[in-house]
Design a protein around this ligand. Structure first.
Ligand SMILES: Nc1ncnc2c1ncn2[C@@H]1O[C@H](COP(=O)(O)OP(=O)(O)OP(=O)(O)O)[C@@H](O)[C@H]1O
Ligand SMILES: [Mg+2]
Length: 313
């Protein structure tokens, strides 16, 4: 037994001239829920596809439970369960028949197969709908069956690629409850999302990924604490941005001010005091405030601070 169950080292992948994953490294400990949090196009699916052996990295090393992917791909794949971003279910078959089909692909047979199908249907709380054809399911219920399929062969690590995108709130809750159950049972989970609330709720540690690179990696709590007293986004008419930035740096509650296109992004030691200081300056200058937002300290704000962009466009 290795304490680190999944180790990823300097993974790289390019398509034509475009570098999509640019040197990603992280370790996941046994029993940990690890999140890859990043906006559309950040490289999350490409990363998870390389780790699950669906695409081959240009460079880099992947080890699972001490085995090297380049040498023991099949043994590793048996330890992994992948729940892909795109659904792959047979619409005219019932949920149970879909799962029986996938189970056979994994090489499970007979009584064992029937038991596993019952067990995963329980985990995703759809046992009562098992006989219904998939085409009668909502998008969220289909996704839950997809998760069930990924669990059939009792993997050591479950990969979930944005399992809640396009999912109704009821199924989203059901998915979360299932994942929290699995976490309590000690399953290791790698989870990608661009919803920071999900990462905050579920993940023990989060890697924030942007443009193919990890720009921060820590517990949600530490990442948020690194923000200090919160952030303020202050929009001003153009003429005053530079002056307010310069004078704002002298306010003791302000840690840093950076300038964006038409607003200032202010890192604070204490948001309220910083805000008072800023408004005093804009009053003195008679500068027109065009927008003002005090951002709660959360992972979205961490991302904004690091990249100047929002996770969701
Ligand atoms: N097969 C491919 N050929 C060319 N470009 C690709 C290919 N696969 C992915 N890309 C590009 O790589 C970038 C990262 O894609 P990827 O799907 O890994 O992002 P993502 O973080 O999963 O985004 P999303 O949140 O939209 O799912 C995107 O710009 C995408 O267009
Ligand atoms: Mg993706």
């Amino acid at each position: 037994m290795h304490d680190v169950i999944l180790s990823v080292n300097e993974l790289k992948k390019s398509y034509a001239e475009k570098t999509v994953v640019n040197g990603i490294s992280f370790d996941i400990k046994r029993g940990e829920v690890f999140g890859l949090l990043g906006p559309n196009g950040a490289g999350k699916t490409t990363t998870i596809s390389m780790i699950s052996g669906l695409i081959i990295p240009d460079v880099g090393r992947i080890q699972v439970d001490g085995l090297d992917f380049s040498e023991q791909a099949n043994a590793i794949k048996a330890k992994l369960g992948l729940v892909p971003q795109e659904l792959a279910l047979y619409p005219t078959l019932s949920a149970r028949d879909n799962l029986l089909f996938f189970g056979r692909i994994y090489g499970i047979r007979g009584k064992m197969l029937r038991e596993r199908v019952d067990s995963v249907l329980d985990i995703v709380k759809l046992a009562d709908r098992a006989k219904d054809a998939i085409q009668t399911y909502s998008g969220g219920m289909k996704r839950r069956i997809n998760i069930a399929a990924g669990l059939l062969h009792q993997p050591d690590v479950l990969f979930l690629d944005e399992p809640t995108v396009g999912v109704d709130p009821q199924s989203r809750n059901a998915i979360f409850e299932s994942l929290e159950d699995l976490k309590r049972q000690g399953l290791t989970i790698l989870y990608t999302t661009h919803y920071m609330e999900e990462a905050q709720r579920l993940c023990d540690r989060v890697a924030i990924i942007d443009q193919g690179e990890i720009i921060a990696l820590d517990t949600p709590r530490n990442l948020i604490q690194s923000l200090g007293g919160g952030m303020i986004r202050l929009g001003l008419n153009n003429g005053h941005l530079d002056t307010v930035q310069r004078r704002g740096k002298l306010v003791s509650a302000i840690k840093n001010i950076s300038r964006r296109d038409d607003y200032l992004l202010v890192e604070t030691h204490k948001a309220q005091d910083a805000l008072m200081g800023l408004l005093e300056i804009t009053n003195q200058l008679d500068a027109r405030v065009t927008s003002l937002e005090v951002l709660e300290p959360n992972l979205e704000t961490v991302f904004l601070q690091m990249t100047g962009k929002s996770l969701r466009e």
